[in-house]
Design a protein around this ligand. Sequence first.
Ligand SMILES: [Zn+2]
Length: 130
Amino acid sequence: MEEQTRQLFFIIFALLLGVTSLAVVFFFVYKSYKKNNSVLKEDEDVHGGMAHYNCPKCNQQMEKGYAVAGRGIIYQKEDSKPISPFSTILSVLDNTMSLSFQPAVNRAWHCNTCKYLILDHSKLIKRTKK
Ligand SMILES: [Zn+2]
């Protein structure tokens, strides 16, 4: 009976430790997410909405739209080490990750001919219009 009590205590302790560890990790991820994200409503995006860009390759005017970066974009300079498989969401560019159910997006300009995309990650945009 004493052995069962000890095992039960160990299982409860392990569960509490696991839950606490998850909570701590989640806290730091959420804190980083909040710190690195600036979200605007679509109507407030006046400057971005007026901007037009030409494709840097073919010089045609690019199509305006939105892009979803998903779990965020990791960018590295050309002379840096290769991206580690252990790169975390803590190393993504500011305003490229949205954890909301209806994901916030980045304003983007696209050239379908050259497959070039310019992405504005100065802020995330919460779309409200259809
Ligand atoms: Zn182009």
